[in-house]
Design a protein around this ligand. Structure first.
Ligand SMILES: Cc1cc2nc3c(=O)[nH]c(=O)nc-3n(C[C@H](O)[C@H](O)[C@H](O)COP(=O)(O)O)c2cc1C
Length: 369
């Protein structure tokens, strides 16, 4: 298995959905970053279920405990261990999937590969495992913000066929907090919420697209040819469950465009270099160019639905029908926003250190940049 991400700023994720606890160990975070449990809790609160009608009704407190790595309110350069104890688990809901893999979920692959698979709650294949991503991401976000003022913000731009029309980043940042969809366009958010609720009423689910924008990233991070910034970001986003596609900048639309339409022309202003447009999404040649880094992920509809579906019974070796119980998300997009931010923040923090922008041992040695 592969449970660690990053080269210098590393996050190792551990735990299963219905095990005793779930969490992450973050190593390689420089000393002297002010860090509290609250910094991580506020990010976990955006990810946790049970906060609205359009997420799973599971009531999970997802309360973080920091076991190590912080001294006098600041990181001390040693591994930071964050743990969340599981306390709202209903394993009986998962009896029906013990011998019958859920269509669209990871059960079949996990059981085939590892044999001893904790199917309860989806085990290590559960969306709950992204708590580890968010712990790593919350620390990375704090490091990026406190050193370079870098912000990483996600918003839902599409649910089913409904599109959001929001472009202003400051407006998006405020507006996502005003609706449960986490969409920067209030009118679209209403229609999206209705669509999610109508799918839920039918026992079905719906997918969508989440955009993530990172601002103030300096030009010059990313390591061609096998550590390109867009390559590492795409990998980290594809490592989130339910993500089936990643775009950077213009993404798949480049296939329809002419170079004259999408080449970003350079100009100087006050001695600084900018581009007039940002079709490249802030990355050229695998290296950041100082413009906002823009990515989008395609998120599939939640696989666990309560409509009857065909599957197999491993014990009886016959075909059968599965009716999935449990309290599942009718749409994963609102909760995945924080996970996308976290995944990108972890990559950016690692590359900022690798490229020499953030001092690897002590952020005070970074501050006079
Ligand atoms: C934040 C989050 C919440 C999720 N919630 C659910 C859920 O309630 N029910 C479910 O079946 N899948 C859920 N998933 C999706 C599954 O984890 C994912 O589809 C599964 O592991 C199979 O992986 P794949 O879709 O990437 O192939 C969630 C994923 C994330 C990231």
């Amino acid at each position: 298995m592969s449970n660690t991400t990053g080269k210098i700023f590393t996050t190792t994720s551990f735990g299963t959905s219905h095990g005793k606890a779930i969490g992450a160990i973050v190593d390689g975070c420089p000393a002297n970053l002010e860090l509290s449990e609250e910094d991580i809790q506020k990010e976990l609160n955006k990810r946790k279920p049970g906060t609205s009608k359009i997420t799973s009704p599971r009531k999970e407190s997802d309360k973080i405990e920091l076991l190590s790595g912080v001294f006098n309110g600041k990181t001390d350069g040693t591994p930071i261990c964050g743990v969340v104890y599981n306390n709202n688990q209903r394993s009986k809901d998962y009896e029906s999937i013990k011998n019958t893999p859920r269509p669209g979920h990871g059960d079949y692959g996990w059981r085939t590969k590892y044999g001893n698979y904790n199917y309860n709650g989806g085990g290590r294949g559960s969306g709950r495992v992204t708590i580890g991503h968010v712990i790593g991401g919350a620390i990375a976000k704090k490091l990026l913000k406190d050193t370079y003022g870098i912000k990483v913000i996600s918003h839902v731009v599409q649910i089913g066929d409904i599109l959001a029309h929001s472009t202003d980043i400051d407006k998006i940042e405020k507006e996502v907090e005003l609706n449960p969809v986490r969409c920067g366009d209030q009118e679209a958010a209403k229609a999206m919420e209705e669509l999610i609720l109508s799918k839920k009423a039918k026992g079905d689910s719906v997918g969508g697209i989440v955009e993530t924008i990172a601002t103030n990233v300096p030009a010059g991070i990313g390591e061609p040819v096998f550590g390109k910034l867009d390559g590492d970001i795409a990998q980290s986003l594809m490592n989130i469950g339910a993500v089936k596609g990643v775009e950077v900048g213009f993404g798949f639309d480049v296939a329809r465009a002419s170079a004259s339409e999408i080449n970003d022309e350079f100009y100087y202003e006050d001695g600084k270099v900018y581009t007039k447009t940002n079709s490249s999404g802030g990355i050229l040649g695998g290296i950041s160019n100082g413009m906002p880094i823009i990515t989008r992920i395609a998120v599939k509809p939640t696989p666990s639905i309560s409509i009857d579906q065909e599957t197999i019974d491993y014990e009886k070796k016959e075909n059968c029908i599965i009716n999935i119980k449990g309290r599942h998300d009718p749409c994963i997009c609102p909760r995945i926003t924080t996970v996308s931010e976290s995944s990108i923040a972890m990559v950016l923090a690692d590359h900022m250190i690798r490229s020499g922008f953030i001092h690897p041992n002590n952020i005070e040695k970074t501050m006079n940049k």
